[in-house]
Structures are given as structure tokens and as C-alpha cells.
Design a protein around this ligand. Structure first.
Ligand code: UTP
Length: 478
């Protein structure tokens, strides 16, 4: 006889919210599975889930009485790419200001790496993806080397907060440990796990089981970062360390400039609580969220919500009015995290219609061909409307945004690697080196974070080399 039973209060709650099918297989579970299952069952917020299911199934998506067309207007707080001498000078000033913040250890970095990366189809956490044009340098290695290089230059510690999920945590930790955290001081690294949400059947709102005693859960979106940071005590830790600004980036962009001093400088110059980097959209149809204003409040509008006419709207000079494509690079004031995680505060929940493997009422495994379930996620960019003086900063796409999203085609490993190669080649040319026109080049961030950095070295480059690898001596021995 098992001694593990379902507490009455929990059973009643589950019944109250019509999810009693979850307990159908209780009798067949062994004690260990029961203990684990009970833990999951008791962590679900059934009332909130019921509310979401209600909204989803009744399709009463919150539509304002006014259409987007009546509410949208162009950005007011925006720093475009510098063109005039005054703008270039201001950029220099911003850089100095940002460097000062780094010198004084006022800056931390956050990486969100909890996504399932389903479009890429890589069977490991995306950060482990080998993206170096010459070597198998992983996305994680590129990020850690950038941070190591920065912390050495500024003789400062830069805490790195890495969000994982149940889907990515164990493998990420093992990979980073095996690589000795790429030389980064372990006391400056904080791994924390994001929350999860159950997937529900799209017809009746029943929570899906992955197998008996296990709910089909998925990560709660990159916006889950706020509650996950709070729950793990890391917002307090940031304060204890004296961190005032947090640079946020995603795992899929090897061209990201982590803790970019220029961005930090603009952020403080504008007294902003949250800044966002954007690139000019390639075409009106490009599938990227744009930053604009709705009801005079800055926010991100998903491409699916921007109708063709608005997407194609041009100003007198022929430029797109809604041009600012979000590349998911932000700076947050730490105090904004404190504000957004206060009791009763929460980011809105987005509903996604997806394919979710599960077991049916006969306990048979089902791998659906069509979307069969709703998943619930929060998006970090929903913090923008809640921030004071949100700022948008335009950057050059080719040098700062080359994400690995899809297995092939646009935004794939092939395009991303080609962009890294092109940039490394161009840095060498700018530093006065001649290379073979077909050369494949990889430069470790430990050697250079920009073309100027290469000028500090006397590199032996043979013009006939088809492969050029510029890495620290310590790595050459490995
Ligand atoms: P994406 O929106 O590209 O999602 O995540 P994804 O799960 O990685 O990939 P697909 O859509 O399944 O192909 C953008 C960033 O947000 C992180 C990802 O790891 C990536 O850095 N993310 C996403 C999380 O950390 N948690 C989540 O729940 C979702």
C-alpha cells in the first residue's frame, strides 16, 4: 500500500477547475512518481490557468475599440545611426560614459537560454551550437569570451546571469562545466531556471499529460525571466553587487555586442529605464516585430498585427515610417526589475497554438501533425510600456544581428556563419592586413571586439591562407 496520497485541498482545487482527468492514473504510479507529480500539481496556479483558458477558448482577445491604425504613431525617443559630426561626437561621449559604468562594475549581463529552439532542430541547448566559421566555437564560447575580454579591459567584474529552463538546464550546466566556463570566474556566473506553464488541449482546455504522472509543460517565455530572477533571489544579489544596469541578450545572435558601452552611454544620457536596439527593416514584409507607439506609449507590435498598408507606409523622403525592427537586445535599470516584480505586477500572457506530444484518454502516445494545444508565454519586451523614458537605438544589422533561428535559409547557421566570416575579414582589411579573397576567417573575442583592437597585434597573415584563425596562444595549445 502506498503512503503517498493526494491532499484533500489539492484534489478539491483540481476538481473545482475541471482538471480531474489528471488523477486518472494515480493508482498506477509508484511512490517516487507520485511525489514528483504532487509537486508539479501543487505548483500550478489553477485559477490563473482557468482564466487564460477562458479567454483563449472564447476567443475574446483583448481588442481595443480602436484599430491599430488609429492608435499607432512613430517613435519619439530614438537614436538613429550617427551621420552628422555632432551625432558622431555624441556617440563618442556615449561610449565614454558606458565605459565608465563598466570600469565601476555597475553593469551585469543577462542571457536568456531557456527556449526549446524547435525551428533550428538542434538536439541540444542552442548555446552549444558550433558557429565559428573555422572552428567549432559555440555560441556560448563567443559570449563568454566577449565578457572575459571586457572584464579584463575594464579590470572589473561583470556578473553573467544565464536563464535556463527544464528543457536546457542540465545540459547547459554540464557543457559549461566541461569547458571550465570558458575561463570566466565562476563567482561571476549565475545560472537560474525559468518557470513553466502547462499546455492545454485546444478543444476543451484540459491540461495535457506527457505521460502518466507527468504534465506536458513548456517554458513560460523569455518574459518569465522577471519572476525567475526574483524567485531565485538574484535581483537582491544584483543590488548587493552594486549593479545598476543589466544588458540583456538572447542565445541565438553571435554578433551581439555584449555590454556595448555605446548603448549603455545612450541609455544613461536619456535617463531611460529600458533601451532597445533596432535595425531598419529589410522590406515592409520582413517578419520582425517593430517598435512604435500605440496611444503614445512605446511598445513592440508583432508583425502579424501590422497590416500591409501600415507596414508599407513611407514618409516624404520615401523611408518606411514603421522601420524599427526589434533585435531583442535591451538594457534595463535594475530598479525596473524591482518595480516589475512587485506583488500584483505581471507581464501580459501570450497564447501560442502549437503541436504538443501527449497521451490521450486511452493512455496512448500522440504526436500531432497539426497544432492541438495552447501554450502560454510571457515576452520580455512587454516591459517597454511600463518603463520610464524607453529609448530605441538604431544599429547596423550586418555587424550586430545575425541570428541562428532556422535550420536552413534566412537566419540559419549558414547565413550567420557567413556574416561572422565577412566581419572578421573586414576587420583584418581595416587593420591593414591583406587576405586571400576567398579566405575564411575567425577571430576570438579574446583577441578583438572591433577592427581597432586588431591594431594592437602584429599578426602573421599569409595572403595565400584559405583559413585564418586568430585566437589566444593558450587556445592554440588545446
Ligand atoms: P525564440 O523566440 O527564438 O524561441 O527565443 P526558441 O524557443 O529559442 O526557438 P523556437 O521558436 O522554438 O524555434 C528567443 C530567445 O528567448 C529565449 C531563447 O532561448 C532565445 O534566447 N527563450 C525563449 C527563453 O529563454 N525561454 C523561453 O521560454 C522562450
Amino acid at each position: 500500500m502506498s503512503t503517498v496520497t493526494i491532499p484533500d485541498a489539492l484534489r478539491e482545487t483540481i476538481q473545482q477547475y475541471h482538471q480531474e482527468h489528471l488523477l486518472d492514473n494515480w493508482d498506477q504510479l509508484d511512490d517516487d512518481s507520485r511525489i514528483k507529480f504532487l509537486k508539479t500539481l501543487s505548483e500550478i496556479d489553477y485559477a490563473e490557468l482557468a482564466r487564460l483558458i477562458d479567454v483563449t477558448l472564447s476567443d475574446s482577445t483583448s481588442s481595443s475599440a480602436l484599430s491599430i491604425e488609429d492608435r499607432i504613431s512613430p517613435l519619439r525617443q530614438v537614436v538613429r545611426l550617427p551621420r552628422t559630426d555632432a551625432e558622431k561626437k555624441n556617440r563618442q561621449l556615449a561610449r565614454q560614459r558606458g565605459q565608465n559604468l563598466l570600469d565601476n562594475s555597475k553593469v551585469g549581463a543577462i542571457l536568456v537560454a531557456g527556449g526549446q529552439g524547435s525551428r533550428l532542430g538542434f538536439p541540444h541547448p542552442k548555446g552549444m551550437y558550433p558557429i565559428g566559421p573555422v572552428t567549432d566555437r559555440s555560441l556560448f564560447q563567443i559570449f563568454f569570451e566577449q565578457l572575459l575580454s571586457l572584464s579584463n579591459r575594464h579590470n572589473a567584474s561583470i556578473a553573467y546571469f544565464i536563464m535556463t529552463s527544464d528543457a536546457t538546464h542540465d545540459e547547459t550546466e554540464k557543457f559549461l562545466q566541461e569547458h571550465n566556463w570558458f575561463g570566466y570566474p565562476p563567482e561571476d556566473i549565475y545560472l537560474f531556471r525559468q518557470g513553466k506553464m502547462p499546455a492545454v488541449d485546444d478543444k476543451n482546455g484540459k491540461i495535457l499529460l506527457a505521460k502518466p504522472g507527468e504534465i506536458a509543460m513548456s517554458p513560460d517565455g523569455h518574459g518569465g525571466m522577471l519572476q525567475a530572477l526574483k524567485k531565485s533571489g538574484l535581483i537582491d544579489q544584483m543590488q548587493t553587487r552594486g549593479i545598476e544596469y543589466l544588458f540583456y541578450h538572447q542565445v541565438d545572435n553571435p554578433s551581439v555586442r555584449i555590454c556595448d558601452p555605446v548603448m549603455l552611454g545612450y541609455h544613461v544620457q536619456h535617463d531611460s529605464e529600458m533601451s532597445t536596439k533596432v535595425v531598419s527593416k529589410r522590406t515592409p514584409e520582413e517578419k520582425v516585430g517593430i517598435v512604435a507607439e500605440l496611444d503614445e506609449v512605446q511598445q513592440i507590435i508583432e508583425y502579424s498585427d501590422l497590416d500591409k498598408e501600415l507596414a508599407e507606409l513611407r514618409d516624404k523622403a520615401g523611408r518606411l515610417v514603421y522601420w524599427a525592427g526589434n533585435i531583442a537586445v535591451h538594457i534595463f535599470n535594475r530598479t525596473l526589475f524591482e518595480k516589475l516584480t512587485q506583488q500584483g505586477k505581471t507581464l501580459p500572457i501570450h497564447i501560442a497554438h502549437k503541436k504538443v506530444d501527449h497521451i490521450n484518454e486511452n493512455m496512448e502516445s500522440v504526436s500531432p501533425e497539426q497544432p492541438n494545444a495552447y501554450k502560454f508565454e510571457q515576452f520580455i519586451f512587454d516591459a517597454i510600456p511600463q518603463a520610464e523614458n524607453p529609448l530605441v537605438i538604431e544599429v547596423d544589422r550586418a555587424s550586430e544581428f545575425n541570428p541562428v533561428k532556422n535550420a536552413t535559409g534566412e537566419d540559419s547557421p549558414e547565413t550567420s556563419r557567413a556574416a561572422l566570416n565577412k566581419q572578421a575579414n573586414s576587420w583584418l582589411q581595416q587593420a591593414g592586413y591583406k587576405t586571400h579573397p576567398e579566405a575564411t576567417v575567425e577571430i576570438s573575442p579574446l583577441i578583438a571586439l572591433s577592427a581597432e583592437d586588431l591594431c594592437d597585434f602584429d599578426l602573421q597573415i599569409n595572403q595565400n591562407d584559405q583559413e585564418i584563425l586568430i585566437i589566444p596562444e593558450s587556445e592554440e595549445d588545446q
